[in-house]
Design a protein around this ligand. Structure first.
Ligand code: PLP
Length: 439
């Protein structure tokens, strides 16, 4: 009821938004702290502690002159981009807050969000590659990324040179030289170096520092950015911008979203690298919607907690699996056997993640028996959610990959891919133990 309102009260002056605070006494606040408030001031939204979901297709201008200035920014006629919000294909409040917060995790100047990881990756590649250009990429890539380069961009005269993820500096020098020759022959340039590390599903790591050295030796680093899909280890366990990558890409569907209830993507890096991608996103659309952006803001508040717990669980589960007689091997970053891969891990990674491959004694039949007997883990593709998931890549995600190429990539019939969630580790171990008894 309204009787609480006292007419004699002096009206409180309308509060002004507080300045953004990212340091205290010279101390840089950590991402996990900044996730609770960065980029949002309750004063601007009736005091609502959490950001409302802004469902609007367009934004009212203060004046006609302000509208003109916005469009000068959007169209690039004036430096610095739009000063405010204009239209929801370009941006919105929920997406802007999300982009500010995502940039924090990778130590990036700027970030852009998209309706899926693949939208982010496709628009990124299209923004950089022109006709006759060459894309250099590591292999294996996420199947849709590899397909986009080989089957879609090829229709527009873009070619590629690929190299195995674990490649040495010597091999990378040869790859860059080959790409340069190919670009010269075609009358184009090397447009983009695109990496994915660790590779799916075998967890083989790319030496980002060696890629940067090879790129810098052969090409103009101001013209050919290095982008990397960091979905498997980011944002907690690998910070590729610290090791020489220019652009980091994510399927936010995985660890960042983390609850297997949304699909979204992002890229982050220096503004200089984001601007061409933003311009193409403005034209094409593909920005994440406000509701999904809001869900991601919620997810970011717990991403560190969730990933830490999942990582600890995976370490315990793998310690159990390692010595089991029915287990032929593990592709887990916490138990690398190759010295060069271990060296890359030590330089690049802050944790072993929670997604790994389990090789069982036997083939498809044994794997299926194992999968069909799991009771906690769900049978599904995807990864990075709160729940444990298991799948059989050879007959599922990688079924369309020719058999010979599958063998070459180590995707055998005896491989089960597992993404560990945040359940109780002992319960998970008990579940894996009883499922292995049925193999
Ligand atoms: C899932 C995934 C993608 C694609 O992301 P979507 O959000 O499904 O479009 C890209 N790269 C990697 C490594 C992935 O795991």
């Amino acid at each position: 009821m309204t009787d609480a309102i006292d007419a004699t009260d002096t009206p409180t002056p309308r509060r002004k938004p507080k300045p953004e605070n990212t340091t205290i006494a010279g101390r840089e606040l950590k991402p996990s702290t900044l996730m609770m408030g960065l980029g949002y001031d309750p004063v601007l939204s009736e005091g609502s502690l959490k950001a409302p979901i802004f469902l609007t297709s367009t934004f009212a201008f203060e004046s006609a002159a302000a509208g003109k200035r916005h469009f000068e920014g959007i169209t690039g006629m004036r430096e610095g981009g739009a000063e405010g919000l204009v239209y929801s294909r370009f941006n919105g409040p929920n997406q802007e807050i999300l982009e500010d917060r995502l940039a924090v995790w990778d130590g990036a100047e700027d970030a852009l969000t998209f309706s899926s990881g693949m939208t982010a990756i496709c628009i990124l590649m299209m923004a950089y590659a022109n006709q006759n250009d060459v894309i250099v990429h590591s292999g294996p890539l996420y199947a849709a990324s590899e397909g986009f380069v080989a089957k879609v961009l090829s229709r527009f005269g873009v070619t590629y040179v690929d190299f195995p993820a674990g490649a040495s500096r010597e091999t990378l020098d040869e790859v860059m030289a080959k790409a340069k020759r190919q670009a010269d022959e075609q009358g184009g340039k090397v447009a983009l170096v695109y990496l994915e590390s660790p590779g799916n599903p075998t967890n083989v790591l790319v030496d980002i520092e060696a890629v940067k050295e090879a790129r810098d030796a052969a090409l103009d680093g101001q013209e050919t950015p290095i982008a990397i899909d960091n979905t498997f280890l980011g944002p907690l366990w690998q910070r590729p911008l610290d090791h020489g990558a220019d652009i980091v890409a994510y399927s936010l569907t995985k660890y960042v979203g983390g609850h297997s209830d949304l699909v979204a993507g992002s890229i982050a890096g220096a503004k200089k690298w984001m601007d061409p991608v933003r311009a193409l996103r403005n034209t094409m659309g593909g920005i994440v919607d406000p509701n999904t952006a809001w869900m991601l803001l919620r997810s970011l508040e717990t991403v560190e907690l969730r990933m830490q717990r999942a990582g600890e669980n995976a370490a315990r589960v793998c310690a159990f699996l390692k010595s089991h007689p029915k287990v032929a091997g593990l592709g887990y970053l916490g138990m690398i056997e190759d010295a060069r891969q271990q060296d890359i891990y030590d330089r690049h990674c802050l944790g072993a993640g929670s997604t790994f491959s389990l090789f069982l004694e036997g083939g498809e039949e044994e794997c299926f028996r194992f999968l069909d007997n799991l009771t906690i883990a769900k049978l599904a593709v995807s990864l990075g959610g709160t729940e444990t998931l298991a799948s059989h890549p050879a007959s599922m995600t990688h079924l369309s990959v020719p058999h010979a190429r599958r063998q070459q990539l180590g995707i055998t019939d005896s491989l089960v891919r597992i993404s560990i969630g945040i359940e109780d580790a002992d319960d998970l171990i008990a579940d894996f133990e009883q499922a292995l008894e049925h193999v």
